[in-house]
Write a protein that binds this ligand. Structure first.
Ligand code: ADP
Length: 262
């Protein structure tokens, strides 16, 4: 299983640093959620992990190798990354989009091999898209489109899947559908790292949480370790009240208030 970690990683835009000195190892084979206020650098951090952005300082290490020294295809064979607003290639069918996931394995113009077709079919099946595979993306609902992007990432056949806000625009039922799908993918052995705003989904579906604020990693740990009044106050400036998910040890936030200065 591929190891992904960072060492003293700082990232920014035109020399303005927005993520500072992050040294962290993403737990292998687990679901990790990155939580924190808007603008704290979560998307920027995920982009650097997938080498979409280059560090200003420090390193991203994939199995101990600095990603700056790896070629794009070998990174794409280990990490599949879905950004917040995946490009709208609306004219293509579901099957064609999923087939893009095999691009990192193509040599020149050799075309898709049997193994590629097997993985495309498996990804379509795993995301329950069989009946939609000949439809164009534009004709699908938001939840179905999100499943298509996840299928494309699955066809990429990587150990690590990075997703930036995979459920943000979905209704509650479709949010659960995507999170349960990610849980199933994780059970099959993949490491998942995502950003998520819903704290209760983050707790319920994650093994591990990273809390980021103003470009710094404030803390990391299990949901039980992180869901304390002090930590959520520090991270979001909210005063939270907690309960526990029935039949589980997962903490839930049942209410929260803004902390206002007198
Ligand atoms: P988050 O994902 O936590 O909301 P981001 O990583 O999107 O945070 O943003 C962190 C900071 O970097 C913000 O101040 C944002 O304005 C800035 N930023 C993000 N993208 C760019 C960009 N392409 N160019 C310049 N600044 C950016």
């Amino acid at each position: 299983m591929t190891k992904l970690n960072t060492a003293d990683l700082s990232i920014g835009y035109e020399k303005k640093i927005v993520v500072n000195d992050i040294t962290v190892e993403i737990p292998k084979g687990q679901i990790t959620s990155l939580i924190g206020p808007n603008g704290s650098g979560k998307s920027t951090f995920l982009k650097a992990l997938a080498r979409i952005l280059n560090p200003i300082k420090g390193e991203v290490l994939l199995d101990g190798e600095n990603v700056q020294c790896l070629d794009t295809k070998s990174i794409a064979q280990k990490i599949a990354s879905l950004s917040q607003s995946s490009t709208q290639i609306t004219g293509l069918t579901v099957a064609e989009i999923v087939a893009y996931g095999r691009f990192p394995y193509q040599k020149g113009f050799s075309g898709l091999k049997e193994r590629d077709h097997q993985l495309i079919d498996w990804a379509i099946e795993a995301t329950n898209l069989q009946k939609l595979k000949d439809r164009t993306l534009a004709t699908l609902s938001g939840g179905q489109q999100q499943r298509v992007w996840i299928a494309m990432a699955l066809a990429q056949d990587t150990d690590i899947l990075i997703l930036d806000e995979p459920i943000t625009f979905l209704d509650p039922a479709h949010q659960l559908e995507i999170l349960e799908l990610l849980q199933e993918i994780n059970r099959q052995g993949k490491t998942i790292l995502m950003t998520i705003h819903d704290l209760n989904h983050a707790s319920r579906f994650s093994d591990y949480l990273l809390g980021m604020k103003k470009g710094r990693l404030l803390f990391q740990g299990t949901p039980k370790e992180i869901f304390t009044a002090d930590k959520l106050l520090n991270l979001f400036d909210i005063q939270a009240t907690f309960a526990t998910l029935p039949n589980s040890d997962k903490p839930l936030v049942i209410a929260y208030d803004l902390v206002r200065e007198c």
